[in-house]
Design a protein around this ligand. Structure first.
Ligand SMILES: [Mg+2]
Length: 179
């Protein structure tokens, strides 16, 4: 289903490179937290993530943390990276993403949504016309609500496994709305 289809899939957030972003014409990244930048609820970033954010920032990419989790979880985590954040974003609602886009000062199609969940991160990106990259979750989920979504995801993920984010814009590809 197109509304759930990411632009591309990768294993970890650290697999995103400046060269990939350049090929996709991306100037800002909207980053999910739980199971994308760190294990669910953990304040310690996953291996290599802190260095990766510094590499992205040095390359001129704007990063904004957008999470459905509460401020008390997201604020101290984002402060470790000195990144702006939006907590309790109610993804897949587009509002958090559109606020992040305004914070970054870029157009919708220049804003890449990165996350580990199809029905929140990717669905929300498609609702507001942003390209997206679906990651593998860092660790298995404990909450039953997420485990139920993972069960639904396992029907879709095999179809998306080969989606190469570098194809974005190569063939006039655009499922984005205009901004
Ligand atoms: Mg997540």
């Amino acid at each position: 289903m197109a509304v759930f289809r990411p632009t591309g899939t990768l294993h970890r957030v650290t697999d995103i490179t400046p060269a990939l972003l350049c090929a996709m014409h991306i100037r800002a990244i909207v980053l999910d937290v739980d199971n994308t930048m760190a294990m669910h609820g953990a304040q310690t970033p996953h291996t290599g993530v802190l260095a990766w954010t510094k590499q992205m920032t040095a390359a001129g990419v704007r990063l904004v943390v957008v999470s459905n989790n509460y401020k008390k979880r997201v604020a101290p985590f984002a402060e470790k990276f000195a990144l702006p954040y939006i907590s309790f974003a109610c993804k897949p609602s587009p509002f958090g993403y559109l606020r992040a886009k305004r914070l970054a000062g870029v157009h919708v199609r220049e804003c890449l949504v990165v996350g580990d969940q199809i029905f929140t991160d990717i669905f929300g990106a498609n609702l507001c016309g942003m390209p997206s990259v679906l990651l593998d979750p860092i660790a298995p989920d404990k909450a039953w609500t997420v485990r139920f979504k993972r069960w639904l995801e396992h029907f879709l993920r095999p179809h998306y496994r080969r989606l190469d984010p570098t194809n974005y814009r190569k063939n006039g590809d655009s499922h984005a709305f205009s901004d």
